[in-house]
Design a protein around this ligand. Structure first.
Ligand code: GTP
Ligand code: MG
Length: 293
């Protein structure tokens, strides 16, 4: 008899949800950054054992919606929670518990699924702070146990995974055991570019950028040519992304290409173009095309 199911990961922006997905899956399926609201689409990370399969649904950190982009992000959190088997609520141990945590905790408690709380980033806390954060997390009204973990170092993660497997319903595997994600190659490659943009920009720029893959071409020598567009909302953002004499976009491209080659297991040529599209965050057609539902 096998166990399998969907585990929805809910928590404030920056809690470390995507880092945990990558850790459990054992590869990079979701990009990570120190900027809030890095994850824009629901991403499924799949981990399979002898007799279990966990499908972790990495969700955008919920925040008050401001525009059609963030409205879609918020709606997807509610939809995914309703369709999951287990709710994994993540709290950022390195920050004070705030209204955002209480808001998400209520949403998790309201769906009535088997639940578990992960108190993340304990590598950054001493014992006393870990103990205090654990009891604060336990008071948020989410049923089930609280696990102290570090998604970054892996501490506490095996115990958490073991416990979550026990909460899964019995049933057949939902994906081939060798799969690690359901994302298309286009989206994964585009996200690798966006990750490098997030790592190098500040203030409004990280939120104003989206990446779209135009073409993936295989050369006779087996290498890949990837052509991508980097969307910005204004000319000044475009200027920042291009940089002096093209220095910034070159850096972004070099770093993203290295990640892409590691993912594809072959050499990649990356061709990046920065374009301005005013108000793309409100452009429902573009959001559809980018797969942000
Ligand atoms: N010290 C420490 N930092 C962590 C840990 N897990 C994640 N981080 C860092 O926290 C930041 C946010 O991590 P993400 O995984 O992108 O967070 P997220 O919850 O997916 O964020 P959103 O997608 O914005 O909702 C990154 O800088 C991570 O490197 C951890 O266990 N310890
Ligand atoms: Mg994320």
């Amino acid at each position: 008899m096998t166990r399998s199911g969907f585990v929805a990961l809910a928590g404030r922006p920056n809690a470390g949800k995507s880092t945990l997905v990558n850790r459990v899956v054992g590869g990079k399926v979701a990009i990570v950054s120190d900027k809030p609201q890095t994850t824009r689409r629901e991403i499924r990370g799949i981990a399979t054992g002898d007799d279990w399969q966990l499908v972790l649904v990495d969700l955008p950190g919920v925040q008050r919606p401001r525009d059609p982009l963030t409205e879609r992000m918020q709606r997807s959190v509610e939809r995914v929670l309703a369709d999951s088997d287990v709710a994994l609520f993540m709290v950022n141990g390195a920050e004070r518990i705030g209204p955002g945590d209480r808001f998400i905790a209520r949403a998790v408690a309201n769906v009535g699924l088997p639940a578990v709380t992960a108190l993340n980033k304990v590598d950054a806390l001493d014992r006393a702070r870990t103990a205090a954060a654990l009891s604060a997390a336990a008071e948020l009204g989410v049923d089930g146990e609280v696990f102290p973990i570090s998604a970054r170092t892996g501490e506490g993660v095996p115990e958490l995974v073991e416990h979550v497997i026990g909460l899964l319903p019995e049933g057949p595997f939902l994906y081939p055991p060798e799969d690690s994600t359901d994302l298309s190659d286009e989206v994964r490659l585009a996200e690798l570019v966006r990750e490098q943009v997030l790592a190098r920009t500040r203030e409004e720029v990280p939120h104003a950028v989206e990446v779209e893959i135009d073409e993936i071409e295989e050369r006779p020598d087996g290498s890949l040519v990837v052509r991508a567009r980097v969307w910005a909302e204004t000319e000044s953002q475009k200027g920042i992304l291009v940089g002096k004499g093209g220095a910034m976009i070159k850096q972004i491209g070099t770093a993203a290409r290295t990640e892409m080659a590691a993912m594809a297991g072959r050499p990649v040529h990356l061709d990046l173009h920065v374009r301005v599209r005013r108000g793309w965050r409100r452009d429902e057609g573009l959001l559809d095309r980018l797969g942000i539902e």
